[in-house]
Design a protein around this ligand. Structure first.
Ligand code: SF4
Length: 378
């Protein structure tokens, strides 16, 4: 299922763990909006489209913080996208949102605009950790935003949580999961904290101001996450994603299945579903200058058969359904099967039909398993 992603490159505040591209200066939001509209015009005039498919396509506004824009401004972007690229209305239109932006009025306007899925960045239900993460909201505000979204009619809500956060005990993680389950949302994304060097947390760690959690606690938190959410009826369908049946993220599932997508905005990526990937410049000023001259500031990469194979390993082996053997090119198949046999013997891989998968109890070490399969240049 092809999709269109719009990256809104602004945030009101810098979260301590974040390494996405955005600017905290909101001075050029209006100009940026016009440039993203223009980028869509340029791409459409060059013949880019979401390929014909019987399935409706998906629309996803991520960031950054899409909710820095008014609902009417998001509507302008969506109308342009749908008129230029979509054969029919999107089946799923997701907007990522920060809890403190979700007033009753704003939620009502989003619902009227046609947004049918919200992804709310809650991250934690412990105020101490929210402050350490430099989030703009409290635990109470986060829970209230979900209740307001339900009141506004949203029936497909995802929330983000972070575990493996320094100082968070197993008991506290259990408390967060219980608060999340009380909200009865359709989808939960739970990410183990990854500390990147350029982030605020990365710098604090490098100065020795805190230590990352040890592997044992990470493992216990992961096991608790999986058990509690599965007991509550959620399907663990990707390493960090759980959904009630029928509520898997269609947009993100297309990424994991190597579907086609078009990316709009600074730092957004596009992929034609075959061998061409495009990456927009991750710089608001350079993006605006280039689009104003009628040029999309992108780098284009042609993927080799090996690149495509390696990428499919990385994406599909993080999902519950796993890797389809039929997608493994002939040239890599013998090597794949030889290594897979070892993992099948040790129980760290399963084979059903034509799919090889990593059982979810080993998802946390999936990086080391996947890296064993990656084909490298000699
Ligand atoms: S709001 Fe989201 S994108 Fe912005 S800094 Fe925080 S985590 Fe990053």
């Amino acid at each position: 299922m092809p999709g269109l992603y719009i990256h809104i490159p602004f945030c009101k505040q810098l979260c301590s763990y974040c390494d996405f591209y955005f600017s905290v200066s909101l001075a050029r939001t209006a100009e940026m909006l016009n440039c993203m509209m223009k980028e869509m015009d340029i791409r459409a005039s060059k013949g880019e489209q979401l390929y014909g498919t019987p399935e409706p396509c998906t629309l996803y506004f991520g960031g950054g913080t899409p909710t820095v824009y008014r609902a009417g401004e998001l509507k302008r972007l969506s109308e342009k996208a749908v008129s230029l690229f979509f054969p029919q209305s999107p089946s799923e239109w997701t907007v990522e949102a920060n809890p403190d932006d979700l007033t009753e009025d704003y939620l009502r306007q989003l619902a009227e605009t046609g947004v049918n899925r919200l992804s709310i960045g809650i991250q934690s239900f412990i105020d101490r950790d929210l402050q350490a993460m430099r989030r703009r909201h409290s635990a109470r505000q986060a829970a209230e935003s979900v209740r307001r979204a339900k009141g506004a009619g949203f029936g497909n809500i995802s929330i983000d949580l972070i575990y493996g956060f320094p100082g968070m005990s197993l008991k506290e993680w259990e408390y967060c999961l219980d608060r999340a389950l009380e909200l009865n949302v359709e989808h939960i994304s739970a990410y183990h904290l990854s500390i990147e060097s350029k982030t605020v947390l990365g710098k604090l760690r490098d100065r020795g101001e805190f230590s990352p959690v040890d592997d044992r606690l990470s493992d216990l938190q992961y096991k608790m996450l999986e058990r509690k959410l599965q007991d509550a009826g959620y399907v663990h369908y990707e390493i960090s994603n759980f959904a009630l049946p029928g509520f898997f993220s269609r947009h993100n599932s297309a990424y994991w299945n190597r579907g086609q997508y078009i990316g709009i905005g600074p730092s957004a990526h596009s992929y034609d579903g075959k061998c061409t990937r495009k990456s927009n410049v991750a710089n608001n000023i350079r993006y605006i200058e280039s689009i104003s001259r009628g040029v999309v500031p992108e780098t284009v990469e042609t993927l080799s058969e090996k690149d495509i194979y390696n990428e499919s390993l990385i994406t599909s082996l993080r999902t519950a359904h796993g890797l389809d053997l039929n997608t493994v090119p002939e040239i890599f198949r013998a090597g794949f099967l030889k290594k897979a046999a070892r993992y099948l013997n040790s129980g760290r891989m399963t084979y059903t039909g034509r799919y090889y998968a990593i059982p979810s109890q080993y998802f946390l070490i999936s990086d080391s398993i996947i890296s064993d399969f990656i084909e490298v240049d000699c």
